[in-house]
Design a binder for this molecule. Structure first.
Ligand code: FMN
Length: 166
């Protein structure tokens, strides 16, 4: 394949993926005593029996390095009013939790005000191109009746059901 064709595929791949409506979660772990977190849209359920999720993390992610060491991670499914939290955890640094309300749950950092919570132990880490897919077994769960945050066409939003004609 010529370089022009490869560039075109890469460009259109991004455009196709921009059309996919995704969830938004902050994946958390403890770096010794310090909580760390990273915003992801690439997570989904993997298995129901046993219950498992998968999360795709960039090879250069600091959170990935922590998960490699600790073997566990939390999935904080963000609520519709937490776009600011998503942006806070989408940058680099050891201070991302400054000013964030959180608590320890199942030996993992858990954010307040989320739509859902999953505490996971790492089953395996699978290489995938420039990312690594973390497969997690669910150890504990939490759920709140709050609409989730979504990401679509490079902007945040939430989900609305079609109106049902009466
Ligand atoms: C909406 C949104 C979705 C993102 N999804 C992912 C993702 O699925 N995987 C990933 O590795 N990074 C994703 N990122 C980028 C990371 O949040 C960002 O690179 C972060 O700085 C990584 O931090 P860390 O090095 O502390 O882990 C996303 C960012 C945004 C704003």
């Amino acid at each position: 394949m010529s370089e022009t064709v490869i560039d075109q595929v890469a460009l259109e791949f991004r455009e196709v993926m921009a059309r996919v409506c995704t969830p938004v979660a902050v994946i958390t772990a403890f770096d010794d005593q310090r909580p760390h977190g990273t915003t992801v849209s690439a997570f989904t359920s993997l298995s129901m029996g046993p219950p498992m999720v998968l999360v795709s993390l960039d090879r250069g992610s600091d959170l990935l390095a922590i998960i490699r060491r600790t073997g566990r991670f939390g999935v904080n499914v963000l609520a519709h009013d937490q776009a600011d939290v998503a942006m806070r955890f989408a940058r680099k640094g050891a201070d991302k939790f400054d000013g964030i309300v959180w608590s320890e749950s199942s030996a993992l950092p858990r954010l307040d005000g989320t739509s859902g919570w999953l505490a996971c132990t790492t089953e395996s880490l699978v290489d995938g191109g420039d990312h690594v897919v973390a497969l997690g077994n669910i150890a504990a769960t939490g759920v709140a009746p709050v609409a989730p945050l979504t990401y679509h066409d490079r902007v945040f939003g939430t989900h609305r059901a079609f109106e049902v004609a009466s």
